[in-house]
Design a protein. Sequence first.
Length: 116
Amino acid sequence: VQLVESGGGLVQPGGSLRLSCAASGFTFSWLDMSWYRQAPGKERELVASILSTGGLTNYAGSAKGRFTISRDNAKNTAYLQMSSLKPEDTAVYYCRATRPSGIDYWGKGTLVTVSS
C-alpha cells in the first residue's frame, strides 16, 4: 500500500484546510484509514479514524467539532477537513492505512502550519 498526503500549508488561525490521502496498491474500501499528527517535540497522536466497513468514525478530543474525516472509495482517497484551526494544530499530519490483516502503512506526511 502506498499513501500520499497532500493539502498541507500555512493557514491563519480560524482558517480551514482539507488534507487528502491518496492510496494505491490495495483495495481501498478494505482499508481502515486514520489521520495522525506529530508536533515538534511531541509524540505522534491520533486525530481521527474511519473504518472500512460502515464508515464509523472516531475523533480525538482536540478534533471533535472542528475536524471531519471522510473517504471516497471511488477515488481511493481519504480526507481530513479541518476548520477553526488553532496554532496548536501545527504539526506534520500523517495518513495511516490498516489492512484487514492488521498490517499498517504510513504516508510521509504533510506539514500544517497555523500562524498569523
